[in-house]
Write a protein that binds this ligand. Structure first.
Ligand code: EPU
Length: 438
């Protein structure tokens, strides 16, 4: 099914939205349930496509998943091998299958993952994941349409050093090491709040994990883990997306459920651009206080830096700041594709191969277009847009809300991967649009 939105912009988005559990935690928490000997309960689960995909993948492997409102019950007592063809039917849907490998190797001694999808924001290789699994003793073979793994002699703890603090590879280590025999030392770990929440879940299950300074995590393997009860941390990417939407449209949005401690770096940046903030216990109000917005220099980075997923909505807001802003993307090599549509809408954004930041990053010498210079303020006008990926796509929706005239936006289903009920939320904020579901 393909969906299109016809958005009439120029209306400040104002009102309240609620964010639920984080898209980048919930699927991993669901996978963790596979490691338990008893059922798990996960609360605050959003209705997004990625949760549906992982539900299907777990069901194929014999995990019973039931949902009541925002609460998932996951029962792994009958885990079984799935047919390759059935798993393959999910190829292209998500990158989560790679994280099933450790738990499946523990449960069954084998695993298969289809060729992986996810957003088109660079090559998105899985070499770190495969190296990690090999360190634990897994045999990894490339076969037609996917990768087959086996661990005939079980998995044993290992010393692993990541070349870059990859979120997914850190999760791979955690999900594999907790039940591997012996101790694991991970160096170069990612420390994003979603990873800390996953560690909290694993600790509830009986795992012994110590987070040390300097990106070192130690795990003492245990023979058995039990189920957990957990409430997923809020989605700090969605929260920031609404914050930038308020700024770009001259609006005022209270994001219920947004949590300050997860968003410190975004909140500092938002304030430096000139946005108004009211930070409360139950959420955060983001508003445009009137007057000019300030240009900025921003570099994306791993936690505690400015998240790569906060970048795209902020770039739309920066098109409305008076002066020259610079954004240096250091996490993904190819995450500015979405700016082409913004330029067609009247923005002035120039892309560069050089590192336009204080620290040269690993993309500078490799010919990747990964820095953007944004000259503002430029009024935006409506355009025809085909959404390229999740975060770039949401930034296009924000641009269309800020633009004069009616934009036609296709490929909208991609947004459902990570933004729960976003059309209802937009209506509630006073946006003017029609939705075509074909
Ligand atoms: N990388 C490799 N080899 C690997 C894995 C990663 O070279 O085997 C590279 C990537 O190409 C990238 C960098 O390492 O340049 C960081 O990638 P990371 O592994 O940290 O990303 P991920 O785990 O695949 C998650 C989120 C992304 C988010 C990044 C960074 C999920 C499902 N995805 O991806 O979220 O941008 O961490 O925070 O958790 C999104 O929500 O739209 C999204 C893309």
């Amino acid at each position: 099914m393909s969906s299109a939105l016809h958005i009439t912009g120029g209306v400040p988005l104002s009102g309240q939205v609620t964010v639920r559990g984080a898209k980048n935690l919930v699927p991993k928490a669901m996978v963790a349930a596979l490691l338990g000997s008893t059922p798990s309960t996960l609360a605050n689960v959003p209705e997004i496509k990625d949760v549906e995909v992982v539900t299907n993948l777990l069901s194929l492997h014999g995990v019973q998943v039931s949902r009541t409102d925002g609460v998932l019950e996951l029962d792994p007592s009958a885990v079984t091998t799935a047919h390759h063809a059935d798993i393959d039917a999910h190829a292209g849907d998500s990158r989560i299958p790679i994280l099933l490998c450790g738990p499946l190797l523990h449960a069954l001694g084998e695993a298969f993952i289809p060729d992986l999808g996810g957003c088109r924001i660079g090559d998105r290789p899985i070499n770190y994941h495969l190296d990690v699994l090999r360190h634990f003793g897994a045999r990894v073979e490339k076969v037609e349409s996917g990768i087959r793994m086996s661990a005939p002699h079980g998995l044993t703890g290992a010393k692993v050093e990541l070349p870059y603090p990859s979120v997914g590879a850190t999760e791979q280590v955690l999900l594999t090491a907790t039940r591997a025999e012996g101790h694991t030392e991970l160096r170069g770990a990612a420390t994003e709040p979603e990873i800390m929440d996953l560690i909290a879940i694993l600790q509830k299950m009986g795992a012994i994990i110590t987070v040390q300074t300097d990106r070192v995590i130690r795990i003492e393997g245990v023979p058995e883990l039990t189920g957990y009860r957990h409430r997923a941390m809020p989605d700090r990417i969605e929260a920031a997306s609404w914050g930038s939407a308020a700024l770009a449209t001259g609006g005022d949005i209270f994001v219920a459920g947004a949590r300050q401690s997860d968003m410190m770096t975004y909140l500092n940046t938002f304030r430096k651009v000139g946005g108004g903030l009211d930070i409360g216990e139950d959420g955060i109000r983001f508003h445009h206080p009137g007057g000019d917005l300030n240009p900025l220099i921003v570099e994306t980075d791993v936690h505690p830096g400015f998240m790569t997923d906060w970048q795209q909505p902020l770039v739309v807001a920066l098109t409305q700041a008076s002066g020259v802003s610079i954004v240096h993307e250091t996490v993904y090599e190819n995450r500015f594709g979405f700016t082409g549509a913004l330029n067609r809408m009247g923005a002035t954004i120039q892309l560069h191969r050089e590192c336009l930041g204080s620290v040269p990053c690993r993309f500078g010498q490799r010919n990747f277009v990964h820095s953007a210079v944004i000259s503002g303020a430029t009024p935006l006008r409506a355009a025809e847009i085909n959404i390229p990926d999740l975060r770039g796509g949401f930034s296009h929706l924000i641009a269309a809300m800020a633009a004069e005239g009616t934009s036609h936006v296709t490929g909208v289903e991609l947004i459902k991967r990570g933004y729960e009920h976003f059309t209802d939320k937009l209506s509630g904020l006073g946006a003017s649009f029609d939705l075509d579901d074909e």
